[in-house]
Design a protein around this ligand. Structure first.
Ligand code: SF4
Length: 115
């Protein structure tokens, strides 16, 4: 895999047994191993999506998590996002749901939508 933690883009050789990383080589700094272990054992992503707004200036308001969440939680997160109906004005950066799914990140608006 290619480490994406900095522009050097080191090519990492990763040995995996039963879903666990047992060795990493090829990185020019310790961040390469940290990246490889996280990416294989608990990959995370920033989730971006939209939520439905009612009687606001936008019909759909773009949102994202303000930190990465485990990929295994993406479907659960999308199910929660589909339930949301925004009825009050929101501004860029406003939290829509704090501590989203108990994951320690907030779901925040990335555009304003007003009454
Ligand atoms: S291993 Fe270190 S030097 Fe290489 S790409 Fe990753 S962060 Fe950059």
């Amino acid at each position: 895999m290619i480490c994406i933690e900095c522009p050097k883009g080191c090519v990492l050789s990763v040995e995996v047994e039963n879903g666990k990383v047992v060795s990493v080589s090829g990185g020019q700094c310790p961040r390469g191993e940290i990246y490889a272990v996280a990416e294989i054992e608990n990959p995370k992503r920033i989730l971006t999506s939209t939520v439905i707004a009612e009687d606001l200036s936008l019909k759909m308001v773009p949102v994202r998590t303000d930190g990465p969440i485990p990929k295994v939680k993406i479907f659960e997160a999308m199910a929660e996002i589909r339930k949301i109906r925004l009825t009050n004005s929101v501004y860029m950066g406003d939290p829509i749901i704090k501590d989203f799914l108990g994951l320690g990140v907030n779901l925040v608006a990335t555009r304003e939508a007003v009454k």
